[in-house]
Design a protein. Structure first.
Length: 373
C-alpha cells in the first residue's frame, strides 16, 4: 500500500505475537523494527497448537506447508493412578494428515520458520527494550534501555504477559491481571520419559502432573491449586523451582523422579494461571497483541493461535482503513473482543474440569473415560 511505505512501526517482543505482527506489518508496507530484551527470538518453550482461524492464517502467511512438514502428533492420552496403571485413555487419530484444522508444532520450529522469513526485511534489535514512550501529534517518541531514542508512527506491544509496553503506557500489571486460582511449571527434558507421541496425566485433588513426549524430548508440567496468590519474583527461577519442589514433595506416581528433572533441567518456566483483561487493547498510537493484551492462560491451549489471530486482525483493519490507525484500532478492539472472551471463559473452565480436578470423585470420573477419535 503506497500510503504506508513511509510509515514506521516498532514492535516490542520477538515472540510468536511479535513475529506474526512483524510479518503482517511488513507485508502492508510499514518499515518494521522489532526490539527484544533477550539476545535472540523467544524460541524456548513447550509445543504450541495452531488451530481454528490461526490454521487458515498460516496459509495466508505462506508458512502452512512448513508447519505441516514439522507437525507433531499425539496418539494417546493416558490417565495414570499412583501405581502407574492407566485407569482410562483417549486414543487420538493416528494419521495427522486427516486433521484438517489443527497443527501442533514445537515452538522453536515455528519461530525459526517465521524468523527466516523476516530476517532480511525487518530490523531486529536484541538485548534492548523500551523504557519510555511520549506521543506527539505526528509520532510516538521511544526511549530505549541503551540510552538511544527514536520516533515511530506506531508502537505495538507483543511482549507477553508481563508486558513492559502495557506497564509503561496502560498501567501496572495488577490492574489487568486476573488470577485463576492455580500455578504451573513447564520443564523440558531432552529425553523420552514415556513412549513418544503419548501424553500421561496424574492427579490428586488440587494437584496435577502431565508428561508430553515428542521428538526425543518430554514436557513435564506441574500444576497446583492455590486459593491465594503466592508472592515471588518472576525473574528468580531458583525461587520458582523451590515452590514446585515444596508443593509436590512426597507425592506418588513418578513425582520424585520428575522433581529431579525440575532441579536439573536447563529449561524451566513457572507462572500463575491468569488472564489479562483490558478495557481497550489500544491507546493513542499504541496497541497490544497476544498475551500482553489478552492472555487466556495456558489452560486455553490457544496462546500461539490467539497471537496469530490478533496480528492478522490488526493488519486487516489497518489495510481496510488505509493506515488510519484510529479507525483501525477501533475495529481491532471490536472484532477481536468476542473471540477473546470466549477463549478466556473456556480456559477458566478447563483448569478445574480437566487440568486440576479438586476432588477424588472428579478425578475418577475423568480418568475412567475411554474415548477414540
Amino acid at each position: 500500500m503506497e500510503s504506508l511505505k513511509e510509515k514506521s512501526v516498532l514492535i516490542s517482543g520477538a515472540s510468536i505475537a511479535g513475529l506474526s505482527t512483524a510479518y503482517w506489518m511488513n507485508r502492508l508496507g510499514y518499515k518494521v523494527t522489532v526490539v527484544e530484551l533477550s539476545d535472540k527470538p523467544r524460541i524456548a518453550g513447550a509445543a504450541i497448537d495452531i488451530k481454528g482461524m490461526a490454521f487458515d492464517i498460516s496459509k495466508r502467511m505462506g508458512i502452512f506447508e512448513q508447519l505441516k512438514a514439522n507437525r507433531l502428533n499425539v496418539e494417546k492420552i493416558e490417565f495414570k493412578n499412583a501405581d502407574d496403571i492407566s485407569e482410562g485413555s483417549i486414543v487420538l487419530n493416528e494419521d495427522p494428515e486427516s486433521t484438517d484444522d489443527e497443527i501442533e508444532i514445537e515452538r522453536d520450529q515455528f519461530m525459526n520458520i517465521l524468523f527466516d522469513k523476516l530476517k532480511n526485511d525487518v530490523e531486529f534489535i536484541f538485548n534492548n527494550s523500551i523504557t519510555a514512550l511520549n506521543e506527539t501529534q505526528e509520532k510516538i517518541d521511544v526511549s530505549f534501555k541503551n540510552g538511544s531514542q527514536r520516533s515511530f508512527d506506531l508502537v505495538l506491544g507483543c511482549d507477553g504477559i508481563h508486558s513492559g509496553v502495557r506497564r509503561i503506557w496502560f498501567g501496572e500489571e495488577k490492574e489487568y491481571s486476573h488470577f485463576l486460582g492455580a500455578y504451573f511449571s513447564i520443564t523440558i527434558a531432552d529425553k523420552l520419559l514415556i513412549k513418544q507421541k503419548t501424553m500421561q496425566m496424574y492427579n490428586v485433588p488440587d494437584k496435577a502432573v502431565t508428561l508430553n513426549a515428542y521428538n526425543q524430548k518430554t514436557d513435564i508440567i506441574f500444576c497446583f491449586f492455590s486459593e491465594k496468590e503466592i508472592t515471588y519474583d518472576y525473574r528468580d527461577e531458583n525461587q520458582q523451582r523451590k515452590i514446585i519442589l515444596k508443593q509436590f514433595e512426597g507425592q506418588s506416581w513418578r513425582t520424585a523422579e520428575l522433581l529431579e528433572e525440575v532441579q536439573n533441567s536447563e529449561f524451566f518456566y513457572f507462572d500463575k494461571f491468569c488472564q489479562i483483561k483490558m478495557p481497550s487493547l489500544t491507546k493513542g498510537r499504541v496497541a497490544l497483541i497476544g498475551d500482553a493484551g489478552y492472555c487466556a492462560s495456558p489452560a486455553a491451549g490457544m496462546g500461539g493461535s490467539l497471537s496469530m489471530i490478533g496480528a492478522a486482525t490488526l493488519a486487516d483493519a489497518l489495510e481496510k482503513y488505509d493506515g488510519n490507525f484510529t479507525l483501525a484500532f477501533q475495529e481491532y478492539n471490536q472484532n477481536l473482543r468476542p473471540f477473546i472472551e470466549e477463549v478466556q471463559a473456556t480456559a477458566a473452565l478447563n483448569i478445574t474440569e480437566n487440568f486440576i480436578p479438586r476432588t477424588e470423585e472428579a478425578i475418577r470420573q475423568r480418568n475412567t473415560q475411554t474415548i477414540s477419535f
